[in-house]
Design a protein around this ligand. Structure first.
Ligand SMILES: *Cc1c(COP(=O)(O)O)cnc(C)c1O
Length: 379
């Protein structure tokens, strides 16, 4: 216990005071090269000039924290994470603000979730203030890479993995913590389009007692086949049901779901409750707060596929949308399931879906006052 405390104290000092912010200028790409990438960044394809790396060893704590040119890692073929997937990640964004500054959105929530994910995978947590300092250091160094085009962002990917060269099955004694950054274009460059979804009845994403409520790499590996099945059924995304009864809707791909009941000022929202098999999204939490402030009742409870279908049929369920950092809000149009297909509303994005989407984007891009203190200025 004392060791852990000493470790975390060392680490926060290392990340905040010892990070060399001046980077080897030789690797910096020219303004012209940068402009070419930022003209059409897409998602996750291009990376900025630098990255943040820190190392951990049991008994020593976090050490060797540095900003360094973005470059391939050299790893040992026996590195534990390659074999047993002791690997977690986060996703957040930096937004260019109208006054020329740059801000991230609720990074302390990502930092807290990263700690929970680490603990679930028996990894030493990165202290929250060290996580934020690392993200800040990278964004500050690469602030020229924060795009300024409409709805463009700099996507940030902090991640941690077991780096010890060892094939025995136990928590590793060495880790890497990295942050990389990737400019991201507008998610819907040609206007918001609803996605079609396939309700997976063959596979589950998460089961009670498993890792569904943390952001670990293995959750994603296990989801790919179902996503492929959704594609074969002609759908964009997979919708996950609870593992036990295969009855309740949990998530869509890597996003949380909301259902709108009724319309206008009286519209209410339902979002699946956090039963331990859902990932507690920061976008989900933010939208619950915004919707309540707009006067809409939000209920967190179990929501069945049958209730969804019946509600759509009798007109009580008027809209459905998914939410997450990458896409913010994505409307759900067509739903395919073995028990019958249906279309939510008229298949176009619903009014409350679009209102909430604009409200959140306005805050993130600094177009309205940040009354919640959700923006974190960098530098
Ligand atoms: C990351 C993630 C989300 C969304 O979380 P945000 O914090 O809103 O980005 C939802 N579901 C899963 C499975 C995720 O991995």
């Amino acid at each position: 216990m004392t060791d852990t405390l000493a470790d975390s104290r060392t680490s926060s000092r290392v990340f905040t005071e010892g990070v060399p912010l001046v980077v080897d200028g030789g690797s910096r790409r020219s303004a012209a090269e940068r402009a070419e990438v930022l003209a059409d960044p897409g998602f996750g394809r291009f990376f900025t000039d630098n990255m943040f790396v820190a190392r951990y060893r049991t008994g020593q704590g976090w050490y060797d924290a540095r900003l360094t040119p973005y470059a391939p890692l050299q790893v040992d073929p026996s590195m534990a994470t390659l074999h047993y997937a002791q690997s977690i990640f986060e996703g957040l964004k930096a937004y260019a603000q109208p006054d020329g500054s740059v801000a991230t959105f609720r990074p302390e929530a990502n930092a807290a979730r990263f700690v929970r994910s680490a603990k679930r995978l028996a990894m030493p947590p990165v202290p929250e203030e060290a996580f934020i300092a690392a993200v800040d250091a990278l964004v500050d160094a690469d602030r020229d890479w924060v795009p300024t085009g409409a709805d463009q962002t700099l996507y940030l990917r902090p991640y941690q993995m077991a780096s010890e060269p060892f094939l025995g099955v136990r928590p590793a004694r060495e880790y890497l913590f990295l942050v990389i950054a990737s400019p991201a274009g507008a998610y819907f460059p040609r206007g918001v389009q609803p996605v079609s979804v396939y309700v997976s009845e063959d596979y589950v994403r998460a089961s009670p007692g498993g890792t569904g409520d943390v952001k670990c790499a293995g959750n994603y590996a296990a989801s790919l086949l179902a996503q492929e099945q959704a594609g074969e059924a002609g759908c964009d995304q997979v919708v996950w049901l609870d593992a036990t009864e295969k009855r309740y809707v949990e998530e869509m791909g890597g996003m949380n779901l909301f259902f709108v009941l009724g319309s206008g000022d009286d519209a209410e929202l339902i979002t699946p409750e956090l039963t331990g098999t859902l990932l507690p999204g920061i976008t989900r939490a933010s939208l619950i707060a915004l919707a309540e402030e707009m006067g809409h009742r939000v209920t967190e409870r179990k929501f069945g596929v049958d209730e969804w279908r019946r509600g759509v049929a009798d007109g009580t369920v008027t809209e459905t949308f998914a939410c997450g950092t990458a896409a913010v809000i994505t409307p759900v149009g067509e739903v395919k399931a073995r028990t019958g297909d249906f279309v939510v509303g008229d298949g176009t994005p619903g009014p409350l879906t679009m209102r909430l989407r604009e409200a959140l984007l306005d805050i993130q891009h600094g177009r309205v006052a940040d009354t919640h203190g959700w923006l974190h200025r960098v530098g």
